[in-house]
Design a protein around this ligand. Structure first.
Ligand SMILES: C[S@@+](CC[C@H](N)C(=O)[O-])C[C@H]1O[C@@H](n2cnc3c(N)ncnc32)[C@H](O)[C@@H]1O
Length: 258
């Protein structure tokens, strides 16, 4: 008996790993987050017990902690009685997925577990939209942060983590997950820390799914973007790329279409 923590990727079932797809076809029980797409769930064996455990990306609030306790209880219950249990999480289970907490619960209960990594939305959604996370000469680092903090709660402004002041000065690409409710506060914090108002920003909602929508704007324009969760916010020069195949010339001096 094993509980598999499986990454479902950002939405497109074609982005599942072979191992994830094989486990979905074999699992007796699947416990999935709410925004795991129908297309991915269609790979679950038809006679398997498939439970929506109700977590929506971007709702990591105090109420969600209660739900997390219930998920732990279900994992232990089914982990003790079913041969193959899949805990299916959006993206990668270890990127803002609380995967490690669920493993601790399984460890305490003496239940065997394995992690099957997935394509994280923090990179996969950008890539599928044609936006490179790094680009020689433009962005030599990528930092992934949550826009929702323990202190902030959705839409109520920011607490003291992450350190936006420091992030404003890293110079690379900033990818914010769970940031839509706090987008105005995030923009204000980065601007106050000295990031230029015309810094390119891309917001991609429902990335890799047929419902995908993308808005290009600037840091100053981020607060008025009319998209909702789930979405990734990309801040930095790379957010202006991906409109077609574009390459930097060998000497790095110009971007050219090709
Ligand atoms: C709780 S975090 C989980 C991240 C997940 N473990 C991962 O690796 O992608 C949920 C956030 O991921 C982002 N997200 C997940 N799927 C997405 C998608 N298809 N398009 C855009 N953003 C997505 C959103 O920022 C959302 O609020």
């Amino acid at each position: 008996m094993t509980v598999y923590l499986v990454g479902a990727g950002p939405g497109d079932p074609g982005l599942l790993t072979l191992k994830a797809a094989e486990l979905l076809g074999r699992a007796d029980v699947v416990l999935h987050d709410r925004l795991v797409t129908r297309d991915v769930l269609s790979l679950v064996r038809s006679d398997a017990l498939c439970i929506d455990v109700g977590k929506r990306p971007g709702t990591d609030t105090p109420g969600a902690d209660r739900r997390q306790g219930e998920i732990g209880r279900l994992l232990v219950e089914h982990g003790r009685t079913s041969a193959v249990v899949v805990r299916l999480k959006g993206g990668d289970p270890f990127v803002f997925g609380r995967g490690a907490e669920e493993i601790e619960i399984l460890e305490e209960a003496g239940i065997a577990w394995q992690v099957v990594p997935g394509v994280t939305s923090a990179l996969g959604v950008l890539g599928a939209a044609g936006i490179p996370a790094t680009y020689r000469g433009l962005a030599s680092s990528v930092t992934v942060v949550t826009g929702q903090t323990r202190d902030s709660g959705a839409g109520s402004g920011l607490g003291h983590e992450p350190n936006w002041e420091a992030l404003a000065h890293t110079g690379g690409t900033l990818v914010v997950l769970m940031g839509m409710a706090s987008r105005a506060a995030i923009a204000a914090a980065l601007l106050a820390a000295g990031r230029a108002p015309d810094t390119p920003v891309a917001v991609i909602q429902d990335g890799t799914t047929p419902a995908q929508r993308m808005v290009r704007t600037t840091l100053a324009g981020l607060p008025v973007v009319e998209l909702g969760a789930p979405a990734v916010i990309v801040v930095g020069p790379v957010a202006d790329l991906g409109r077609g195949v574009r390459r930097r010339s060998e000497d790095g001096s110009a971007l050219t279409g090709s």
